[in-house]
Design a protein around this ligand. Structure first.
Ligand code: ATR
Length: 263
């Protein structure tokens, strides 16, 4: 039986095992997917298990997406560009690191049918997931990416990876076509982002990376303004789908059951 794991710290909240084990069962694959809470000094040993074929694949989550990199043999172009790995596998005896968050974000936008060509986007936050989002947005040929983060230095640091972004003050919300919440504000139901969204038009798109709770106060605000809204569930599902596809060489189904599984 093949073994797959998601590693992180904390890891209790991860829904990756639920989703992967559902697809594993549905496709009649002899495998199991587990979660493992690790400390940083255990990363090397964990990667060794891939090399020794004791583990067939790893998903990496917070806070190891960057710190795992020195233990890998090779990175995909995407993972290299954003210095973030969430999917690991063995190819020709080399441990490869890839990033499927980019595909997850891009596919969720495609499914939403919101056309981003030549549009302006504002990203709130500058944490772990933001480089994947910027990379995907650049692929989608948007005209401008603005970033606003409470700690401005962290947003400024992103400029070393992406020259084309513009950093604006936390508190400033210009009239953009799409606004993305990539902060952790909203994870608690009562969390509110204390910003003034009144310049945003009703044709705009409110996107929250958070999917639990299903509708954050940020998305509620977007809805009230008459805007299109989407939570991070599809992004989560499609990042998992690409990892599954890489490991099992199969395209799993994204049906009603999968969507319900994560509610
Ligand atoms: P990390 O920053 O360790 O990668 P993350 O969960 O990926 O963690 O990112 C959390 C994001 O939410 C950050 O952009 C953070 O802003 P700071 O860089 O200023 O910490 C943002 N965030 C968290 N709590 C916030 C709050 N109360 N107000 C505004 N932004 C907040």
């Amino acid at each position: 039986m093949k073994k797959f794991v998601v590693i992180g710290n904390p890891i209790e909240h991860s829904l990756s095992p639920t989703l992967h084990n559902y697809w594993i069962k549905n496709n009649g694959i002899d495998a199991i997917y587990e979660k493992r809470k690790l400390n940083e000094d255990e990363l090397k040993q964990q990667i060794l298990q891939v090399k020794e074929k004791k583990i067939s694949g790893i998903n990496v989550t917070v806070p190891f997406k960057k710190t795992i990199i020195p233990f890998l043999d090779e990175l995909s172009i995407e993972a290299e560009s954003i210095q973030s790995v969430n999917t690991i596998y063995l190819r020709d005896n080399k441990v490869i690191g890839h990033n499927t968050d980019i595909f997850g974000f891009e596919t969720s936008i495609k499914k939403s049918k919101f056309n981003l060509t030549d549009k302006e986007v504002l990203i709130l936050g500058a944490g772990g997931v933001v480089p994947s989002i910027i990379f995907a947005l650049n692929k989608m040929k948007i005209s401008k990416i603005k970033i606003s983060n409470r700690t401005k230095d962290k947003a400024e640091n992103l400029k070393t990876l992406f020259k084309n972004i513009e950093i604006i003050e936390w508190g400033e919300v210009p009239n953009v076509d799409m606004i993305i919440n990539a902060t952790s504000l909203g994870l608690k139901k009562e969390d509110k982002i204390n910003l003034d969204f009144s310049l945003i038009s009703k044709n705009a798109f409110f996107y929250d990376v958070i999917y639990n709770p299903r509708e954050t106060n940020f998305l509620k605000t977007g809805k009230k303004l008459g805007c299109t809204t989407l939570n991070g569930k599809l992004m989560f599902i499609y990042q998992a789908l690409l990892a599954f596809n890489i490991w099992h060489k199969l395209e799993p189904n994204v049906d009603e059951n999968v969507i319900k599984l994560l509610d």
